[in-house]
Design a binder for this molecule. Structure first.
Ligand code: GDP
Ligand code: MG
Length: 602
C-alpha cells in the first residue's frame, strides 16, 4: 500500500468511556466485518475481559475507508488495555502507531487513566484527536469537557469530535478526521527490512503469533528472518493482517501492521521491541527496543486439594506460554503444601490469572497475601561488596541480625475525585503512609498526587478508595523507585510454632494493629484442642499481639464411653477423614479452611 494512504492509530481512554464500543462502530461503519458476524465488543476476546468490560491484551484491526477525496485508505487500529497494571503494554503499542484518538466520556470528563494514557501517547510523539463520546446522553456536557481537556492536558480541543459510539453519530466524521489529522507513516520500501516486534501470543493451532509493524523494507511469506536481539533465524510460514480475523496477505510493506508465524514454540522466544530483519542483506541497525516488564506483586497460589498440584502446574505453564510478564516457581509451605510463588504486573493481573486458573482449568486455589518486592541490604564487613537480596516472599526474609536496612517500592499515585470526597481521600492516603506531592483542580474535580508505598496499595487500597468516594474517584499509578523504611517481617505463631504461610512484611508502626487483627481472626478460625493454645504475632523474638484459645472441655468420644461401640468407631473414622484436610503444627491441627479465611482481606 502507498504510504500516504495509511494511518496507524490507537484509542486511549479511561475505563468505561467507550473505547471498545467506538472501535466496534469504526469496524462496522467500514464494513470490515459482515453485519451478521458483528457482536458487541469485538476486540475484547477473552471471556474475563468481556465480563469485566476491560481489555487486557492489545488487539489489532485493519479497516478500509473511502475518504471524502474518493481515495481508499488503510487504517490500522491497535487497541490497548486501559488498566494501570498494563501500562507497559500501552507504552509499547503506542510506539507502533503515529496517532491516537483520545476518547473522553462527555458526561464524566477527564479521569486518572485518561491522563496516564494520554501522557503515554504524548511521549510517543502522537498526533492526538480528541473525541467527546456519549453525546446521546442528557448529562453530556461537551463544551465543559472540551475546556477541561485543554486545561488539564494542554491540547487543543476546539475541533473535538462529537460522537455517540452507541447511536453511531459522528463515526464517519471520526474516520475522516483520522485521515485528515493523523500523519501518514514514514518508511522506505527499498531499504533493508526493519520491523518492530510489537506483541506476541500463543495460539493452539498456529503456535506463537507475532504482531509486527514494518518500518522499512518488505516482508514476504517464505522468507527467512532474523531477530536482532538474539540472532535467531526463523522461516516465515505465514504473514497477514487482522480484519479482525486473521487474513493472509502476500507482503507487508513500510507503515503496515500485521502478523507473522514462524514455528516459534514459546512466547518467551520473542522479545517485545525486538527488531526483525532478513537473514541475508538485513539491517544491523536495531530499533530502540523496550526493557522487559517486571512483576511487581507476588503471591503464593496453592491448590485447595493437594492432589491437584500437577494440574495446577500444567495450567500455570500453559498460561505462562502466553504471558511473559507472569513469573512462577514452585513453593512449598508447611501450612499449604506444594504450590507456586507467582509474580504479576499488578493486582488486576493477579486476579485475572487466578480467575483463569479457577475457571478455565477448574482448580480451587488458596491465594496468600500479595507482597511486593523488597530490597534487603545485608550487613557487610568493611571492604566487602554490598549485598542486596530481592525478597519475593516474606517467608524468606533473612534473620534481622544480618540485615542492614530494607527498601520498599514506592509509587506516584494520581487520584481524581469530586471535591466533597477530598477529605476522605487525603485521610486514606495519609493512613497508608503517603506523602502528598500535589493538589490541584481539574475542572470541578480535585487532582491529588501522592507518593505511596506500593505495599500499602496492594492491600485493598483501591477498594477502600472506591468505598470512601462512593465510586467517584479514579486512580492511576506509576512506580517511582525504592526507598528505605522501617520494615519488618511479622510472623504468626500457633502454639509457639511459626506458620510460614501467614508471614508478612509490615511497617514497624503498624505491626501491632496488623498482628492484633490476625491473631483475633485466627482465634475464631482454629478449633479448640484438649489444651490451651497461644496464638501470637511476633517480630524477631518479640511478641506484639497475643490471644489464647482455651482448651476444649470434653473428649469428642467421651460421651460414648461404655455406650455403643460402633457409634464410637464411626465418630473416630469421621474425625480421621476430617484430619486429611488438617495441617499439623507441632501438637496443633489447623484446618486448611482456617488459612484460607485468615488470608482473606476484610
Ligand atoms: P471501554 O471500557 O472504554 O472499552 O468502554 P466500553 O466501550 O466498554 O463502554 C462502557 C459502557 O458505556 C458500555 O456500557 C457501553 O455500552 C457504554 N457506551 C459506550 N459508548 C456510549 C455512547 O456513546 N453512549 C452511551 N449512552 N453509552 C455508551
Ligand atoms: Mg474496553
Amino acid at each position: 500500500t502507498d504510504l500516504s494512504r495509511i494511518r496507524n492509530f490507537s484509542i486511549v481512554a479511561h475505563i468505561d468511556h467507550g473505547k471498545s464500543t467506538l472501535a466496534d462502530r469504526l469496524i462496522q461503519e467500514t464494513n470490515t466485518v459482515a453485519s451478521r458476524d458483528m457482536k458487541e465488543q469485538l476486540l475484547d476476546s477473552m471471556d474475563i475481559e468481556r465480563e469485566r468490560g476491560i481489555t487486557i491484551k492489545a488487539n489489532t484491526v485493519r479497516i478500509e475507508f473511502t475518504a471524502e477525496d474518493g481515495q481508499d485508505y488503510v487504517l490500522n487500529l491497535i487497541d490497548t488495555p486501559g488498566h494501570v497494571d498494563f501500562a507497559y503494554e500501552v507504552s509499547r503499542s503506542m510506539r507502533a502507531v503515529e496517532g491516537s484518538l483520545l476518547v473522553v466520556d462527555s458526561t464524566q470528563g477527564v479521569e486518572a487513566q485518561t491522563l496516564a494514557n494520554v501522557y503515554q501517547a504524548i511521549d510517543a510523539d502522537h498526533e492526538i484527536v480528541p473525541v467527546l463520546n456519549k453525546i446521546d446522553l442528557p448529562a453530556s456536557e461537551p463544551e465543559r469537557v472540551a475546556e477541561q481537556i485543554e486545561d488539564v492536558i494542554g491540547i487543543d480541543a476546539t475541533d473535538a469530535l462529537l460522537v455517540s459510539a452507541k447511536t453511531g453519530e459522528g463515526i464517519r466524521e471520526t474516520l475522516q478526521a483520522i485521515v485528515d489529522k493523523l500523519p501518514a507513516p514514514a518508511g522506505d520500501p527499498d531499504a533493508p527490512l526493519k520491523a518492530m516486534l510489537v506483541d506476541s501470543w500463543y495460539d493452539a493451532y498456529l503456535g506463537v503469533i507475532v504482531l509486527i509493524r514494518v518500518v522499512d523494507g518488505k516482508l514476504k511469506k517464505g522468507e527467512r528472518v532474523k531477530f536482532l536481539s538474539n540472532g535467531t533465524v526463523h522461516h516465515v510460514d505465514r504473514i497477514g493482517v487482522f480484519r479482525p480475523a486473521m487474513t493472509a496477505v502476500d507482503e507487508l510493506g513500510p507503515g503496515e501492521i500485521g502478523f507473522l508465524t514462524a514455528s516459534i514454540k514459546q512466547v518467551r522466544d520473542t522479545r517485545v521491541g525486538d527488531t526483525i530483519t532478513h537473514e541475508k542483506g538485513g539491517t544491523t541497525d536495531a530499533l530502540p527496543g523496550f526493557a522487559p516488564s517486571q512483576p511487581v506483586v507476588f503471591c503464593g497460589l496453592f491448590p485447595v486439594d493437594s492432589a491437584q498440584f500437577e494440574d495446577l502446574r500444567d495450567a500455570i505453564e500453559k498460561l505462562a506460554l502466553n504471558d511473559a510478564s507472569f513469573s512462577h516457581e514452585v513453593e512449598s509451605s508447611a501450612a499449604l503444601g506444594f504450590g507456586f510463588r507467582c509474580g504479576f504486573l499488578g493486582l488486576l493481573h493477579l486476579e485475572v490469572i487466578r480467575d483463569r486458573l479457577e475457571r478455565e482449568y477448574d482448580i480451587d486455589l488458596i491465594t496468600t497475601a500479595p507482597s511486593v518486592v523488597y530490597h534487603i541490604h545485608m550487613r557487610t564487613k568493611e571492604g566487602e561488596a554490598p549485598e542486596i537480596i530481592e525478597l519475593h516472599n516474606p517467608a524468606d526474609m533473612p534473620d534481622l541480625t544480618h540485615v542492614d536496612h530494607v527498601e520498599e517500592p514506592r509509587i506516584k499515585a494520581t487520584i481524581l475525585v469530586p471535591d466533597e470526597y477530598l477529605g476522605d481521600v487525603l485521610k486514606l492516603c495519609q493512613d497508608r503512609r503517603g506523602i502528598q506531592l500535589d493538589l490541584t483542580y481539574a475542572g470541578p474535580r480535585a487532582m491529588v498526587v501522592y507518593d505511596l508505598p506500593l505495599n500499602e496499595v496492594v492491600f485493598d487500597f483501591y477498594d477502600r478508595l472506591k468505598s470512601v468516594t462512593k465510586g467517584y474517584a479514579s486512580f492511576d499509578y506509576q512506580m517511582i523507585g525504592y526507598r528505605e523504611d522501617y520494615l519488618v517481617k511479622m510472623q504468626v505463631l500457633v502454639n509457639e510454632e511459626p506458620v510460614d504461610a501467614l508471614s508478612m512484611m509490615v511497617h514497624r508502626d503498624r505491626a501491632e494493629t496488623r498482628g492484633r487483627a490476625m491473631v483475633e481472626k485466627l482465634k475464631e478460625l482454629i478449633p479448640r484442642h484438649m489444651f490451651k493454645i497461644p496464638i501470637q504475632a511476633a517480630i524477631g523474638g518479640r511478641v506484639v499481639a497475643r490471644e489464647t484459645l482455651s482448651a476444649m472441655r470434653k473428649d469428642v468420644t467421651a460421651k460414648c464411653y461404655g455406650g455403643d461401640a460402633t457409634r464410637k468407631k464411626k465418630l473416630l473414622e469421621k474425625q480421621k477423614a476430617g484430619k486429611k484436610k488438617m495441617r499439623q503444627f507441632g501438637k496443633v491441627e489447623i484446618p486448611q479452611s482456617a488459612f484460607i479465611n485468615a488470608l482473606k482481606m476484610d
